[in-house]
Write a protein that binds this ligand. Sequence first.
Ligand SMILES: Nc1nc2c(c(=O)[nH]1)N[C@H]1C(S)=C(S)[C@@H](COP(=O)(O)O)O[C@H]1N2
Ligand SMILES: [Mo]
Length: 330
Amino acid sequence: MHFLTDRGFNHPHASEITPRRAYDSRRDVLKLLATGAAGATMAAWAGREARAQATRPGRLAALPAARSALAGGVTMEKLTPYADLTTYNNFYEFGTDKGDPAQNAHTLKIRPWTVAVEGEVKKPKVFDIDELLKLSPMEERVYRLRCVEGWSMVVPWVGYSLAELIKRVEPTGNAKFVEFVTLADPKTMPFVGSRVLEWPYIEGLRMDEAMHPLTLLAFGLYGEVLPNQSGAPVRAVVPWKYGFKSGKSIVKIRFTDKQPATSWVKSASQEYGFYSNVNPGVDHPRWSQATERRIGEDGLLAKKRATLPFNGYEPQVGQLYAGMDLKKFY
Ligand SMILES: Nc1nc2c(c(=O)[nH]1)N[C@H]1C(S)=C(S)[C@@H](COP(=O)(O)O)O[C@H]1N2
Ligand SMILES: [Mo]
């Protein structure tokens, strides 16, 4: 299915997303027919469309946002089609196959939902999700997301800088790190209890990383609220780090004086470090990190793309790591 090129989106406005998508799908099908594409390709197309339909029966609630004006906030690269980025997911609570989250995450209950913000802050508070949605104006940020497995995508997220929330709870002088705790509900998440990882899924950032304006608290994508498989109702997105740093379905944000024990470091510290900045110069012990495949776009035969230091966000974030040995702090 990834041989297909969906020349869908060039940064549509929220209001035109669905019509544009339908239009472009039809146009691509016509193009395929005109070039006499093989039946197998058509079947793959139909399969992909059916999956996208099945997991997205109607249009999700609109989440309008203004285009971000932040440096690095909007990459001009071609967007990954909605159908691809919502059917190729890592969300181990719902299974370890890429298609499992789209299949299984309909059980996730996203209301009522609260996010407890606590620890080293002067104003700890349990936020209702609907209050969080109104905390700060929504922005559309178009970020590259690079998974440690060697694939990447380009997503028009909707959210606001995590810093907006952090400022309101007033961290104390002891707050050196932020820990994200995500939902672990065995009733709605079939793989919580499996041994792949320790649950809940925990991620963390150093305070300056968390305060960096590019670090996004995301509530939506493509102008709509997040589909469950993408981490509804709220997730982090840290574009210069490997995808696993971007925890999905967050229920707690804790400020600490110690570096959090994160799930991937606990499961395999020789393979995954706390920092996990995208770095083509530091290979994973079992594979190279020098190149990547763009989901929905680069087929198996295409030449792979070069992975950029800090996923291309070095001008914005490189300074955070001045003087650090990035081979040691991987
Ligand atoms: N709670 C939770 N968050 C998670 C994961 C997970 O398994 N559970 N997987 C991570 C990984 S490895 C990646 S690459 C991204 C994928 O986000 P996406 O499915 O929206 O592309 O989510 C991250 N956040
Ligand atoms: Mo990942």
